[in-house]
Design a protein around this ligand. Structure first.
Ligand SMILES: C[S@@+](CC[C@H](N)C(=O)[O-])C[C@H]1O[C@@H](n2cnc3c(N)ncnc32)[C@H](O)[C@@H]1O
Length: 257
């Protein structure tokens, strides 16, 4: 068997992470450079060492996931969310159930709570925030950010929702309360249902077409009728109707009612 394929199979058995759903050229390049850096001649040796040394395994996990994020990433899209999508969703209801899927270090779920707090109290907001990587989630729960992650946050919001620290800002505890952080593998785990809004941005680009196809259907099934899937700014869905979705605005897909 091919050495990389052996690695894929072993990792899948040990962790339920299926690397074959990630675009191969990109993933293999990233992992080969890490493997070489650690001095292993092939993937089999690298995998064996990983099973004995937790640090090597965690380093692998961090390399395979790309965790870049920021508050209100692509601000114009967040303006559409605030001015158009949320007002429609809240027309006949006074609470909201949302999911930030692949939330990385937390900038996205905290941006959602801050935006929704313009409309609702914290108690009326329910937000599931998940990622594959527990160490990333720990950073999200901690809620400390250097200034560069906050460049799109207006001063007034900084003052209301954050506390200044020596080297950056911490999110206030009340902003954390509506969020249920949890580990979740999009390619393996069951989806909760009944969401008004699912935000899944800048992770689908790493997946194969086959994986994307399955995921779009699962997201559509997890939405309430009229609910919205908000995707990243390079992640347009070309045949949204196939999944029972229609374009409400660029990068926002509404589940048909
Ligand atoms: C580039 S970040 C996106 C963060 C945020 N959504 C944003 O747009 O700023 C991609 C995240 O996807 C996560 N990820 C990768 N594969 C995943 C999977 N199979 N299930 C859940 N999360 C995954 C990574 O751990 C990483 O935190």
């Amino acid at each position: 068997m091919d050495d990389y394929q052996y690695f894929i199979d072993q990792v899948k058995q040990k962790t339920a992470i299926d690397l074959s759903y990630y675009k191969e050229t990109q993933m293999k390049r990233r992992l080969t450079s890490l493997r070489d850096k650690r001095g292993f001649a092939n993937f089999e040796e690298y995998y064996k060492a990983m099973t004995q040394e937790q640090e090597l395994f965690e380093e692998f996990l961090q390399r395979m996931t790309i965790n870049v994020s920021e508050f209100f990433r692509n601000p114009q899209r967040w303006t559409v969310l605030e001015k158009k999508i949320i007002p429609r969703l809240l027309k006949n209801q006074s609470s909201i159930k949302m999911w930030s899927a692949a939330c990385s270090t937390g900038e996205e779920p905290y941006s959602l709570v801050i935006l929704l707090n313009q409309f609702l109290t914290y108690k009326q907001i329910d937000l599931l925030a998940t990622d594959l990587d527990q160490s990333i989630l720990d950073r999200a729960i901690n809620g400390f950010y250097p200034e560069r992650a906050l460049k799109e946050v207006e001063n007034k919001k900084l003052q209301t929702y954050f506390e200044k620290q020596d080297l950056g800002y911490s999110v206030n505890d009340e902003v954390k309360k509506p969020i249920r952080f949890g580990r979740h593998n999009l390619l393996h785990d069951k989806f909760e249902t009944g969401f008004d809004l699912i935000v899944c941005r800048n992770v689908m680009i790493y997946f194969t077409e086959d994986a994307k196809d399955k995921l779009y259907q699962k997201f559509a099934d997890a939405l309430k009728p009229g609910g919205v899937l908000f995707v990243g700014s390079t992640e347009q869905i070309f045949n949204a109707q196939r999944y029972g979705l229609e374009t409400e605005d660029t990068f926002f897909y509404k589940k048909m009612e």
